[in-house]
Design a protein around this ligand. Sequence first.
Ligand code: XBP
Ligand code: MG
Length: 241
Amino acid sequence: MPAEARAALPCDAAELIRRAAALIFDVDGTLAETEELHRQAFNFAFVRHGLGWHWDRAVYKELLRVTGGKERVRAYHVRLGITPPLTDADIAELHRIKTAHYAELVETGCCPLRPGVAELLAAAKARGQRLAIATTTSHGNIDALLSQTLGKRWAADFDAVVAGDDVRHKKPAPDVYLETLARLKLKPSDCVAIEDSANGLIAASRARIPVLITRSLYFRDDDLGGARFVLDDLSELAAAK
Ligand code: XBP
Ligand code: MG
């Protein structure tokens, strides 16, 4: 690679972040370790719905390959091969119960932002960088988490917030990232996507956005080699000069 091309590449994650016009954040696993609360909320909903299901961490880790809570329940149900199958209305009602309970859990304050997240958001804002969210979860879940962790006026700091139900196809399809770029009116190379999972990495990469990974509990051993940089968490950025 010619010297000038090498010089153009950011030499580390902090430089990749600093150079971006916009930072696009995934939510679950990236901003906070929320999947444990999602798992507990699903199990609460199963009991309330009279289903004898219980997702332990090992089962949930496997089911997380399927993005979207409703899609995850359907995939599990198909795997069980029970007849008659749950109707879409059953799954929607079950997911409504789950989402309501998830919000109650988040509102207890038991799920803080991950290390380095608040500092990175503040530093990006101070540098005049734009902020966006591109997630598979719902607007209600985003608001529950960020109202609790960033305050009720959290949305004022984000130029675009794109959730799973805003697009036709959830991650690993690129839809949420393409919609975010359209709303920001920026090129993929002007942005950095901050993700925690292989599905998120694939989605952002298909939208041609450089990806920085912050490893999370459920995806710690995912193959994330296609990312520009892989960090244990975002506090490594704050430590950078
Ligand atoms: C993670 C997901 C979501 C959550 C559950 O989203 O795949 O489905 O697991 O939330 P991301 P819902 O990492 O893209 O933020 O039940 O609302 O889908
Ligand atoms: Mg995630």
